[in-house]
Design a protein. Structure first.
Length: 569
């Protein structure tokens, strides 16, 4: 039958309709299945893969993982983040203490099994952002679509677009309020989150108020920039967000050295009465955390021991004649024994290192130090990072307004406020400027003294330059040159004083004669430097008289010598 036959065309049409109906039926079935899944999710009864730390009971009820080591690891994770406030700091704490973190294998031959390894930053973020750890059932957090290239794309949806969110649906490791607070901390720790950006975690720089300073003009958070001055790192607080976004000048720029010092002094003044209570709470918390870490490490040793015993039982059950299997099981047993020995050694070593924190005598020493808040604050061993943590426990924020002076509004936790008024710090070029009164005094002293003598006089008066502990001849010389003061040599020359060469040439004598007259007290000289240089006043008497007296003395001395020679002859 040809292709143009009407019957053949009808057959093809029916086949096409039949195929179309099949696709429609599949679409309807798929929609019904999706509707059932969504309805079940809306009731919180949909069974979905659970993150590590949670498990299903026989009745499909979500409970905490029955493995106590897993529970301890998850609780320690959330406790560590609660104290550090940073996912990176939590990962660092686990690494420094040698703690492992659990995970469930999602693929491969060991799918579904529990594995232990180092805590990663991405894993920490995933745990903190998962609402199931707060006991909430959630469905529709992500949207999956396929691209034209056949690749799967997964997009995170905002909370407002989630299909189902049921807080309190099952037990969790943290409360819903703490989960929300953790998300807020993560947003605050981000370097760029638009208007949601708040405080950043305390870092190693010396800026005491990093992340706490608010601009009083625009209300934005002020960032930190560091400068190097005379080998010292100096912080500065800048309000530059709008300036960067719109190519405008920065709103405010305040040097932070004096600001940090004033706020630190205020903390020492305000916190001292509360130091004892704070120290006791902190010390008890440190002890409890140390004990919790010790229990978790011990559980890691117990797990290694269980795996070694399991490998031993497997080896003992095998037929000795089956050498291929026996050798493999024996190698696995030896490997588990080595892992057990390493775990025990690591546990004992870290327990001895942490024993100092648990020791009662050490506890009393730390308590005695913590009660003296000023000494702890000014202790050189206290790092800038630790000082920032203390500040964040006490302060809510610090608002700055820079005009003719700097108004500092400090807001404490709980609502108490204090206001400080600080002078505007000197700029770099102003730091090299001297007090006008000091310059005038140096100018006056140059009429009678050298640079070294002026430095000694200023030091006896208790005066100090801005960048040194005391005055020296070099500092006086630099100050004199900076302000164009006439040096002492020029001043003496303007007063008519002569050099030794000029005086000798005028009276027809040599330089030794002029020096002889000076030592004899016949000439008045004035030092013009600290190396013995002198200028002479013109003598009142005629030097010809001094020459006649000198020649007469020499003649009398010669006659006496001749008479003595004749008498001897």
């Amino acid at each position: 039958m040809g292709s143009n036959d009407p019957g053949h065309f009808n057959d093809r049409l029916l086949l096409g309709l039949k195929g179309t109906m099949s696709e429609a039926e599949l679409h309807v079935l798929r929609a019904r299945l999706q509707g059932g899944i969504r309805a079940k999710a809306r009731r919180g009864e949909l069974k979905t893969p659970l993150p590590v730390g949670l498990a299903y009971k026989l009745q499909e009820q979500v409970v905490l993982d029955p493995d106590q080591q897993v529970q301890q690891a998850m609780r320690l994770f959330f406790d560590t983040f609660r104290h550090t406030g940073s996912a990176s700091a939590t990962v660092r704490s686990f690494r420094e203490q040698g703690l492992l973190f659990p995970r469930r294998l999602r693929s491969g031959p060991h799918k579904g099994e529990l594995a232990w390894g180092p805590l990663r930053h991405w894993s920490a973020l995933r745990v903190l952002q998962n609402p199931r750890y707060a006991g909430a059932f959630v469905y529709g957090r992500r949207h999956t679509r396929w691209t034209q290239e056949g690749r799967e794309r997964v997009h995170e949806l905002p909370r407002a677009e989630w299909h189902t969110l049921l807080p309190g649906a099952h037990p969790g490791y943290v409360s819903w309020e703490e989960y929300e607070d953790n998300l807020g901390r993560l947003r605050g720790n981000a370097r760029a989150q638009g208007k949601d950006r708040r405080q950043s975690p305390p870092r190693e720089g010396p800026a005491l108020l990093q992340g706490l300073v608010v601009c009083a003009r625009c209300g934005e958070r002020m960032t930190v920039r560091y400068y190097s001055r005379s080998g010292r790192t100096v912080p500065a607080y800048l309000c530059q967000k709008d300036g960067i976004a719109n190519a405008r000048p920065i709103c405010q720029h305040v040097l932070g050295w004096e600001l940090d010092r004033a706020v630190g002094a205020l903390l020492v003044e305000m916190v001292t009465p509360l130091a004892l209570e704070v120290a006791l709470a902190v010390q008890d918390e440190l002890n409890s955390r140390a004990e919790e870490v010790d229990r978790l490490r011990h559980q890691q040793v117990e797990r290694a021991r269980y795996e070694a015993e399991l490998a031993q039982r497997r080896y003992l059950r095998v037929d000795p004649d089956n050498r291929l299997v026996a050798d493999s099981l024996e190698a696995d047993w030896n490997q588990k024994l080595r892992a057990l020995a390493e775990a025990q050694e690591d546990y004992e070593r870290r327990r001895q290192a942490d024993g100092v924190l648990i020791d009662e005598q050490r506890r009393q020493q730390i308590l005695a130090l913590a009660t003296d808040f000023p000494r702890l604050w000014h202790d050189p061993q206290t790092s800038p990072r630790e000082r920032k943590r203390m500040v964040r426990l006490l302060l809510e924020d610090v608002t700055l307004l820079k005009k003719e002076q700097i108004n500092v509004h400090v807001r404490f936790k709980g609502g108490a406020t204090r206001t400080l008024v600080l002078p505007i710090p000197l700029k770099a070029w102003q730091l090299t400027q001297a007090d006008p009164e000091l310059v005038a005094e140096v100018d006056r002293l140059l009429d009678q003294h050298t640079d070294g003598q002026i430095a000694a006089i200023l030091n006896r008066r208790g005066l100090k330059p801005k960048k040194a502990e005391g005055f020296t001849s070099r500092i006086v010389r630099a100050l004199r040159r900076s302000y164009g003061l006439t040096n002492r040599f020029s001043r003496l020359r303007q007063a008519g004083l002569l050099t030794g060469a000029e005086l000798a040439s005028e009276f027809g004598v040599c330089g030794a004669t002029v020096e002889e007259w000076y030592r004899a007290g016949r000439l008045q000289a004035h030092a013009f430097n600290d190396h013995g240089g002198r200028l002479y006043e013109r003598p009142a008497d005629s030097p010809s008289k001094w020459l006649w007296q000198r020649n007469r003395g020499r003649s009398q001395l010669l006659s006496a010598e001749q008479m003595e020679v004749q008498s001897v002859g």
